[in-house]
Each structure stands twice: as C-alpha cells, then as structure tokens.
Ligand binder design. Sequence first.
Ligand code: NI
Length: 156
Amino acid sequence: MAILPILTEGNPLLREKSVPVKKITKKHLKLIRDMVQTMKDANGVGLAAPQVGVLERIIVIDIGDGPFALINPEIVSMEGSERDVEGCLSVPGLNAYVTRAYRVAVKGLNPEGKPVRYEGEGLLARAFQHEIDHLDGILFIDYLADSNDSEGNKSK
Ligand code: NI
C-alpha cells in the first residue's frame, strides 16, 4: 500500500469530469487500497479518485465505522436538507457551512463488481454528496461563492 499525494485546489485535474470504470482491474483494486490508506493517513472521512489524480469514478468513505469503496456511484434519491460544517482534503485549512440533502440513497458497484446500494443520513449522506461531486469536478467551496455560508471557522 502507498500513501498517495492529494491534489489541492488550483490543480486543473480537480475540475475535470471523471469517467465511469468499465471493467474493474487489479490496478483499480490497488488504487482503492491506496486511497483508503491515504484517507486514513490524512484523517479524512472520504476521498475521490480525482483527488489523487485518477479521473475515474471511484470513491472511498469512512465515517468512523470502517472504510468502503464505491465504483461508479450515483445518487438515486435525496431527501431533506441540513446545513453543517464541511471540509475537504483538497482544500486544506478551510471549513465552512454547506447545505446538503439530509438523506440520500446511492447505488454503485463494490470492488468485487457487485451492484450495491447504500442509504445514509447526516454525515454519511454528506460524504456521499461531497465525494460524488468530486467526480464531476465540483468542490464544496463552489457552494460558498454566492451565499453567506462562508463564515465557518477557518481553523482546523
Ligand atoms: Ni473533498
């Protein structure tokens, strides 16, 4: 396993749209292991492949009860809304309030290639929305530009 360098805001790769994984290969499985290691090392709750420079639709999440990976994740339903503090490993040092759906259902493939579906609320729902945004070149700071939501504490 390896700890991968995490790209930071300003790197154009973070603004690209990632492509779906057509066939899961050993290379993808190694990438997932490295992403989990990298997320743990950085004390993150999630990481998306473009953050380590790979423009493929893969995310890993660990909200404290163990890491899991999702390939080609898609949000299939959203409910409610919640405003809470968010940060991003690619935007070090900034935490700010973002309004997100409170509950989401997400489908995708697990690393074995089997279709899986997750339902999450609160932090898990937020992590899914944040990481899937990365696959479309969206950063959480994009939601701050046009609102008063940026008063969140900037220290970490
Ligand atoms: Ni992020």
